[in-house]
Design a protein around this ligand. Structure first.
Ligand code: NDP
Length: 420
């Protein structure tokens, strides 16, 4: 097939337009490496001046490349195994619907079984701690190469297969946002695979590696490390258990697959989201039972809000007549879809973000208050979700017009009740 020549170019620019799309791919990978360096330094100070630079000799290790490639191949193999059900995504602009395997939770369980065997065989999983920098370098390299491949192949995609937002004609911006909506090699959906598999399950593996390093150094894992591992495992397991819900998210439905998602999924999630566990290896913390109980309670409340609100909306979108949502108050929109204005979605316009942020705080608290670094995730995630809320708001206003304004009047707060 010939490369497609003429496309209807999208005009809207997000993430700071061309400037953002040029700076972010440079700035964020450097941030990952910087945070990893700071994390393992005794002072662990993010405000240290001059900033810590990783020694070049610690950036590359062929074993790291082998591990990253092996991990992606292993997860691809699990993705392709005919286990679990197959679901259809939302209707695309050309009227078709793509099919997706729902076997992410099985992939997590099989991966867990594999690591149980490897640990039993005496594999030094704690060595991941020493390999963090070269592993991150390789993951960043893979996400750049993947984004380049995605950008080039998108010129062979048909017009309806392009994302509305990543098709401006500006190469830097389109490389960053992603031109093609659902790039596939045969039945293998590259975006859907990256969204929930190698990086997300990889995050749990990195955490486990940090726990095993603590065992090497101090004979047993600390309560703080155990809590961080359990909380984040619960989060990942929940995402994979509810894998079908990802099919209706902005990432799958709206965003093209480019550097933003590829880097986020493959490098940022496994190496930045695991910072608390990496921090605890060098900076052990003692938690009293009372503090631990309070942190567990905070994570529990956050998870409750996050899960119940996400499930309520998903149930409502799948079947508005289901008894669990049928009695909720709704408003009509011109598209035929209704918006919930009571229940969780009547409390704030993004109750799921509120729950997510409470959990983020609970993941940092086991690291104590002596350093800012473990709170990087909470600060970053608050910014991400406030920005994401604004993007979603723009899309919903475009979709629902006056009905969305009515919803905003009925539910004035976005994420934090009575605050924002
Ligand atoms: P949401 O699940 O918040 O979905 C937003 C969509 O829900 C809107 O576009 C609209 O779509 C629908 N909607 C909004 N308001 C209503 C309403 N009142 N009634 C009915 N439908 C409504 O999207 P996200 O993808 O942003 O988030 C999904 C989850 O993923 C969240 O829990 C979030 O916290 C989490 N997340 C985690 C990240 C991480 O790195 N850990 C990153 C990003 C998200 P429509 O009307 O078309 O159905």
């Amino acid at each position: 097939m010939k490369p497609t020549q003429k496309k209807s170019h999208s005009a809207e620019r997000e993430f700071g337009g061309t400037l953002g799309a040029t700076c972010i791919p440079v700035f964020l990978p450097l941030t990952v490496l910087y945070l990893l360096c700071v994390c393992r330094s005794p002072a662990a100070s993010v405000l240290q001046w001059p900033p810590l630079l990783p020694p070049a000799s610690q950036l590359w290790d062929p074993l790291a490349l082998l591990l990253i490639l092996g991990w992606v191949v292993f997860q691809s193999f699990l993705y392709l195994l005919p286990m679990g059900k197959v679901s259809e995504g939302l209707v695309l602009r050309d009227g078709s619907r793509l099919k997706y395997p729902i076997n992410g939770f099985s992939a997590l369980c099989i991966s867990a079984g594999l690591f149980a065997v490897l640990l039993w065989l005496g594999m030094p999983l704690g060595s991941l701690f020493e390999l963090m920098l070269p592993l991150a370098v390789c993951a960043i390299g893979v996400s750049f190469l993947l984004s380049l491949y995605l950008y080039i192949r998108s010129f062979w995609a048909s017009a309806p297969a392009l994302a509305l937002g990543g098709n401006t004609g500006n190469p830097l911006y389109d490389f960053f946002m992603g031109r093609e909506l659902n790039p596939r090699i045969g039945v293998f959906d590259l975006k859907y695979f990256c969204e929930l598999r190698p990086g997300l399950i990889g995050w749990v593996v990195v955490n486990l590696g940090m726990l095993m390093k603590e065992v090497e150094l101090r004979d047993s894992p600390s309560l703080a490390m155990i809590l961080v591992n359990i909380f984040q495992l619960l989060y990942v397991a929940d995402a994979l258990w509810n894998e079908e819900a990802v099919l209706t998210t902005m990432d799958i439905v709206h965003d093209g697959f480019g550097f933003m998602l590829a880097f986020g999924d493959l490098a940022w999630v496994p190496f930045v989201y695991s910072l608390q566990a990496a921090f605890l290896v060098i900076h052990p913390q003692t938690l009293t039972p009372l503090k631990a109980t309070a942190i567990v309670a905070l994570n529990g409340v956050g998870y409750f809000i996050f899960r119940r609100s996400n499930s309520q909306k998903n149930q409502f979108r799948r079947d508005p007549t289901h008894p669990s949502v049928a009695k909720l108050e709704t408003i009509a929109t011109a598209t035929g879809k209704r918006l919930l204005v009571s229940g969780w979605w009547g409390l704030v316009r993004h109750p799921n973000y509120l729950g997510d942020l409470l959990m983020a705080l609970a993941w940092s608290l086991p690291c104590g208050f002596s350093h800012l670094l473990p709170y990087f995730y909470v600060v970053y995630f608050t910014i991400l979700l406030i920005h994401r809320e604004a993007r979603d708001e723009r899309q919903c206003r475009a979709k629902y017009g006056l009905a969305w304004d009515t919803y905003c009047r009925r539910v004035p707060f976005r994420i934090f009740p009575y605050i924002y």
